[in-house]
Every structure is written in structure tokens, then in C-alpha cells.
Design a protein around this ligand. Structure first.
Ligand SMILES: [Zn+2]
Length: 190
């Protein structure tokens, strides 16, 4: 028996798809809706999460810390986007930022080192699919920890618009031996 819970947050953020052949190459913004879907095989038997998979409040807090804090009203850019050079004040910081983004999977450029305020760099082009995977990887361990290893993060769904979403999930075989990534998407525009 598997229980499923979901928590949703919304952020406003700018991005662009530099490799896109059409309008998505332009710097533009979205009202992103992000859903974190968690599962558990049983419920907590005691404590403040008794009869829960994971407290919705805990899940929201982790999503706010990882997603909202760094990206709401910010700009999310690919680390090799040529625009980065324009926004970062000192060239030496760009090299460091790229290095950190590659190493850690993300890098938030300090406010005083760029011209746009919140600037979040990731080693992939910030499509909805890539953001779903990125946020999944940043939230996965936090979900396990906040639920005392009872719940696991099953999926992240990222809506770029009310009509376009992408989902990332990690599939685990019944034996627990083979793990694979299964991206899903439904996209019309960016
Ligand atoms: Zn877009």
C-alpha cells in the first residue's frame, strides 16, 4: 500500500532557452507552478507526524528553502549562456560561478556581484524538464530527512504555463537494485 501526498508552490522567474530556434531564446518570465509528490508505504506511528506521510508544512518549508529562496523573482540561466557575461560584474567571478555550478549542480551569484539581483546558474538549459530534474535532486534528501526516512520524493512537476508542464521521476525496480530516470513531458511552448 502506497500513500501519496503533494504540495504545490508558485514562483515568478525569468529564464531563456539559448538554443531554441524561436521566441524562447528571448529573455522572458514565467509564473512557475511546482508540485512535489511524495510517497510512503506506511504512515508515521508516533510523534508530530503521526498518521502522516510527511507534514505538508515540512514539505512546503523545504520547497521554499530550495526553490523559492533562490529563484522567486530571480533569473535562472544556463551556465554557458552568453548573457551571463553581461550580468556578472567581474569576469573572474564568472569562471568561479561556472566551476561551482558544474561541481555542485547550481550556483547563486551573490547580489553584489551581478546586475540583476537573484541570479541562479545551473549546468543545464533551464527548460521545464531540466528544472524538474534539478529541483528533484535538490529536494530528494530533504524529504527523506524530514520524514525520518519514511517518505520518498516520487516526482516533481513543473508548470511553465497552465497548459505546459514537465515531470521528472526516479523509478525504482521492485528489487530495489536497478534505478533509472524517466522523464515525461507535455510541451507546446516554452
Ligand atoms: Zn520560457
Amino acid at each position: 500500500m502506497v500513500y501519496t501526498i503533494s504540495r504545490e508552490i508558485g514562483i515568478d522567474a525569468g529564464h531563456r532557452v539559448p538554443t531554441h530556434g524561436s521566441k524562447c531564446k528571448n529573455l522572458h518570465g514565467h509564473r512557475y507552478t511546482i508540485q512535489a509528490i511524495c510517497e510512503s508505504e506506511g504512515l508515521h506511528e508516533e510523534g508530530e507526524q503521526k498518521d502522516m506521510t510527511l507534514d505538508f508544512g515540512f514539505l512546503k518549508q523545504e520547497m521554499m528553502d530550495v526553490i523559492d529562496y533562490y529563484c522567486d523573482h530571480g533569473l535562472i540561466l544556463y551556465m554557458h549562456d552568453v548573457l551571463l557575461q553581461t550580468f556578472i560584474l567581474e569576469e573572474i567571478d564568472l569562471g568561479m560561478a561556472i566551476h561551482t555550478a558544474m561541481d555542485k549542480g547550481w550556483h547563486a551569484v551573490p547580489f553584489d556581484r551581478n546586475l540583476v539581483g537573484k541570479l541562479y546558474i545551473i549546468p543545464v538549459i533551464p527548460t521545464a524538464e531540466a528544472l524538474a530534474k534539478h529541483w528533484f535532486e535538490r529536494l530528494e534528501k530533504r524529504v527523506a530527512k524530514r520524514s525520518n526516512n519514511l517518505a520518498w520524493l516520487a516526482k516533481i512537476v513543473v508548470y511553465e504555463t497552465p497548459n505546459c508542464w514537465a515531470m521528472y521521476e526516479k523509478t525504482i525496480s521492485f528489487q530495489g537494485l536497478e534505478m533509472g530516470d524517466t522523464p515525461h513531458e507535455e510541451n507546446i511552448g516554452r
